[in-house]
Design a protein around this ligand. Sequence first.
Ligand code: SAH
Ligand code: SF4
Ligand code: F3S
Length: 472
Amino acid sequence: MDAVHKGADLGGVKRRVHIKTYGCQMNVYDTERMLDILRPLGFEPQAAADGADLVILNTCHIREKAAEKVYSDLGRIKAHHDAKAADGGQMIVAVAGCVAQAEGEEITRRQPMVDMVFGPQTYHRLPEMLAAAGQERGGPVLDTDFPVEDKFDHLPEERVAGGVSSFLTIQEGCDKFCTFCVVPYTRGAEQSRPVDAIVAEARRLVASGAREITLLGQNVNAYHGEDAAGREVGLGGLSRRLAEIDGLARIRYTTSHPRDMDDDLIAAHRDVPALMPYLHLPVQSGSDRILAAMNRKHTADEYRRLVDRLREARPDLALTSDFIVGFPGESDLDFADTLKLVSDIDYAGAFSFKYSARPGTPAASAPEHVPEAVKDERLAGLQQLLNAQQEAFNRRTIGTTVPVLFEKPGRQPGQLAGRSPYLQPVHVTAPGIAVGDIVECRIDRLQAHSLFATPVVSEDGGALPNETEAVA
Ligand code: SAH
Ligand code: SF4
Ligand code: F3S
């Protein structure tokens, strides 16, 4: 709190900040929190970099393309920066997030315009960093510590909710060290926030309009926070606690590791109605040889059995995954095992990526890199299968009635866009429904990846609210 109050003395005048967010939902959350810190300093967010007093790129280092994008964006921002300087103004440019953590000073070497470089664990020090950057001290401000203090203890309580559906980070960092992945290096060791702090933040989000909260962590189901009595609580237990909050209708979490899917969390999928029947459970590959080389610490069959247990607990569970094709040493047979696993599981959707060698990770120095053309071919084959499964999943919901949480206006006038329990986008054009409502809707048709639906109308002609979810 200290930092925030000190920073508040800096301002008085209105200033404009532009933050561009790359990468995962945890960066989206961090961006919201940076804005929570910056608002009391007089900063108003704006959608474009042009003319801003402060530009922050909240970056992602997961694949080469993501990291390189930051440098090309910095090139574009330089034009705005120089134009502002020519007018006698100042634009402070900051690189935050995982590229900042991974590359540190290298960023200012490649782009000397950059004033501040700070990692995901130090953005609570933004007020001090801004003060230092404003003082023309003859060098960029660099802060890529993994500090002993917990940033969450230094963030303001005030939160501007991300809307009807909000993110809440409950766990950070990762101790899994998959051999392809930068996250353990950019986000540091695994750490869980205390239960009470999370419940309090969830209550504040609900009070400011959230009806759905997605709990975030690089390894969210490794969550093991302490409650007020000093007892360790897992993600299953935390979901039960959060489900008691009046007005919180839906709970989701992402991203999970198959190894941390414990019995209690599986039981929560059976017992907690607010826990949505949707699970992103990345498997990466269907080949045991590749899974071992990736250090995923489970086999394809162990994953299949885990999915069986999850579906026993919650038969309608929609499952999604991430895949990497062309991991070093991946043969045609290994790839065929991935296709086989996908066929066996039958996913509701998935993300798939070509392996990208990341500096400093063990797999990057492996001898047998897969040629780019082979990666392309495998990616296309995998995506074809996954797209067909996603479409089949969406088609199966046509004709069913599901509760839809409306999140925002749709593209057409009078239309609202929402989500089914299975996270499918659903569009409805009907009077009498507002953002934040949960309404029973019959799914009529599928177009591209969106479903179109009609509210189920009650006898008095009004849209029928959903009984189990409309708890507010
Ligand atoms: N914590 C999550 C993953 C976070 S990264 C988990 O354990 O599953 C999101 C996804 O990016 C990963 O699931 C993986 O599929 C992909 N990814 C990570 N590193 C990658 C790399 N070096 N090349 C290609 N894809 C990668
Ligand atoms: Fe990366 Fe693996 Fe940790 Fe996920 S579990 S963040 S893929 S190291
Ligand atoms: Fe990217 Fe960092 Fe998230 S590397 S995926 S922004 S944890």
